[in-house]
Structure formats: C-alpha cells, structure tokens
Design a protein around this ligand. Structure first.
Ligand code: CIR
Length: 253
C-alpha cells in the first residue's frame, strides 16, 4: 500500500509565496475542506494517508511536495528556493527517515520538489526561480550510484517544472508545450493540454489512477478520451496559493 504524506493547511496560508499570481483572499475553511477531499481521494485509490499536523507559522507548509523527492532507494531532502520555506524541511526529514535513507541538498544548491520530475531512472530538474544547476550537480553526485541520470531543463512562464509537465501513465507525459520543450523528453509519449487551460498539466499519478483537478474540463476530456483513469478533486482554493495536486502530498511506493 503506498503511503501519502500530507500536511494540514496552515492558518497563515494567506501569507503564502506567490510568483506568477496576484494575491487574492484565500478562504481557509474552503481550502481545508478541499484538502480533506484530496486526502479522501488518496485513500480511495489505495493510499494510507499519513496526515501531519498544521504548522501555523509556515504559510506554504501544506505543499509538502517541495520539501522532498522520494525514490525507491532514498529520499532527497530539498533546500527550497524560497527562504520562507526552508523551516519546513526538518519535520519532513524526521518523518521520512523512518522510511528511507536521507540525502540532503545544501546551499548554494536550491531545489523545490515541484521542480523534480522522475521518469524511471531519469530525473528532470526544472531550472526555475526556485531550483538551480548546483542542485542538479549535487543530485547527480548523490544518485549516480543508484543508476539515475539527472538533468536540468529550462522552464518558462510557470512556478515549477511540474506545473508544465507530469506523468499520467507509464511513459506518457501530460504537457504544456508553451512552458517546457517536448524535445527534452525523448522517447516519451505526450498528451498536450488544451491551450486555453495553461495550468492543466499538473496531475498526480498513483499506480494507474490519476488525481486531477475539476477546473480544466477541456483537458479532462482529452485525458478521458485517451483512457486515463481520473479521480477528480476540486482544487481551486489552494490554486490561489499557486499550489496544485502534486504539491499537497509525498507518495512513498
Ligand atoms: C510557493 O510559492 O512556494 C507556494 N505558494 C506554492 C508551492 C506549490 N508547490 C508545488 O507546485 N510543488
């Protein structure tokens, strides 16, 4: 049974980091209800949900994805690109050390988990405002012995690489080709988002099911027509904090 680590929405979420979005009010109760539904969706697809307590003073702490990268052999504890998010990592490391050997990323390297796309033994790191080439080098160094190949990829127009591209099935990527170049992922199959829904590329694959937001009906239809098995969740309240469905969990297979 996969384990999904989540963390309760912080009461200070309204002070979250924002890069590409204007700040608009976030309804805490609504965000918490949608987060609860997300946890229910994770359980419905067979995950054991380990729900960590709220961190009242860390606005973005619900977005646990950014604090770690889970591999079969180890967990990378990131050094988040936004200084406000670095205090999130210690408590995640404390939990993850029960399940995995830990590998730490150290300054000047910075990386957010949202920038790290793992496809088999290939690891793509978005070179974004949060993640840099030093992190690519540190990850390559630490993971070479496990057979991983780590590369940095340019990403534009969005916060993280996984805003632009995620796995939706074995060897198949859901992608916004305006934000990341398809040619970087040689040998993969692609499903392109509907162009009118630029934020539609973030989906969470667990086993053969995909947790997917209700806000992108055109891309949803494209996915359904391709036979992707979707579990739909409302995620528009946390989207105001620039978070999406991958961001709210760490999955340990
Ligand atoms: C941030 O800017 O760090 C948060 N407001 C949003 C993080 C979303 N995380 C993700 O896409 N992995």
């Amino acid at each position: 049974m996969p384990i999904a680590l989540t963390r309760a929405v912080s009461r200070s979420i309204t002070n979250c980091e924002l890069t590409h979005l204007e700040r608009i009010p976030i309804d805490l109760q609504h965000a918490r209800e949608q987060h609860r539904q997300y946890e229910i969706a994770l359980k419905s697809i067979g995950c054991e949900v380990v729900s960590l307590p709220e961190m009242p003073d860390l606005p973005d702490s619900v977005f646990v994805e950014d604090t770690a990268v889970i591999l079969d052999e180890a967990a990378i504890i990131t050094n988040p690109g936004a200084a406000s998010r670095r205090p999130e990592i210690d408590s995640i490391a404390e939990v993850l050390q029960k399940y995995r050997k830990l590998i730490y990323i150290n300054s000047p390297a910075t990386v957010d988990g949202g920038d790290v796309l793992v496809v088999g033994k290939k690891i793509f790191v978005g070179l974004s405002s949060r993640s840099n080439i030093e992190a690519v080098a540190q990850m390559q160094n630490s993971l070479e012995s496990y057979g991983y190949q780590v590369s940095g990829v340019e990403v534009t127009g969005c916060l993280h690489l996984k805003s632009a591209v995620t796995n939706v099935a074995e060897n198949t990527l859901l992608i916004n080709p305006n934000w990341v170049d398809k040619n970087l992922f040689a040998g993969m199959d692609f499903i392109e988002i509907d162009e009118s829904e630029p934020f539609a590329a973030n989906s969470l694959l667990v086993g053969e099911k995909v947790i997917y937001p209700t806000g992108f009906p055109k891309t949803q239809k494209i996915l359904e027509e391709k036979g992707i098995d979707l579990v739909l969740v409302d995620a528009d309240e946390l989207a105001k904090a620039e978070g999406a469905v991958t961001c709210c969990s760490l999955i340990l297979n």
